[in-house]
Design a binder for this molecule. Structure first.
Ligand SMILES: [Fe+2]
Length: 146
């Protein structure tokens, strides 16, 4: 059901926003300023989508989950309680972007089938967002040519 998937997307986005901010605060390495900045922008862009997802759940006539324990139950994004090395932070964030991208592609079709064109458009925007973030992260992770 579209509203159930919106709840999963909301919880997963909250989880990814928290993780991005964790990485923004705790990343270390010789490129620290860029890494710190990258995760700050990621946090801002990801958290910037939360309210719109939540309001679509209300528009569809359902109540929006709003507690940490519900988010933990619903999220497809693995929580990170440790402080990984920078490279592992990026690898994990890339994996999360790919998971979110897959979810919003499924939801794009689901929304279109239910004639929810606004939600469908929004899912297309989110696919662009996570596709672009994945490109940035893949480029950061790529070893420089000799
Ligand atoms: Fe900051």
């Amino acid at each position: 059901m579209l509203s159930d998937n919106l709840k999963i997307l909301l919880a997963s986005t909250q989880a990814f926003a928290i993780k991005s901010q964790n990485f923004h605060w705790n990343v270390e390495g010789s490129d620290f300023p860029q890494y710190h900045e990258f995760f700050d922008t990621l946090y801002g862009d990801v958290s910037g989508t939360i309210d719109r997802i939540a309001e679509y759940i209300r528009i569809l006539g359902h109540y929006t989950p709003g507690s940490l324990s519900r988010y933990a139950e619903l999220s497809i994004i693995q929580d990170q309680t440790k402080i990984p090395r920078a490279e592992l932070m990026f690898a994990e964030a890339l994996h999360d972007c790919e998971e979110l991208s897959q979810l919003v592609v499924t939801m794009f079709h689901e929304a279109a089938n239910e004639n929810q064109q606004g939600i469908s458009n929004f899912m297309a925007e989110l696919q662009d967002l996570y596709g672009k973030k994945a490109w940035f992260i893949r480029s950061i992770l790529k070893k420089e040519r000799e």
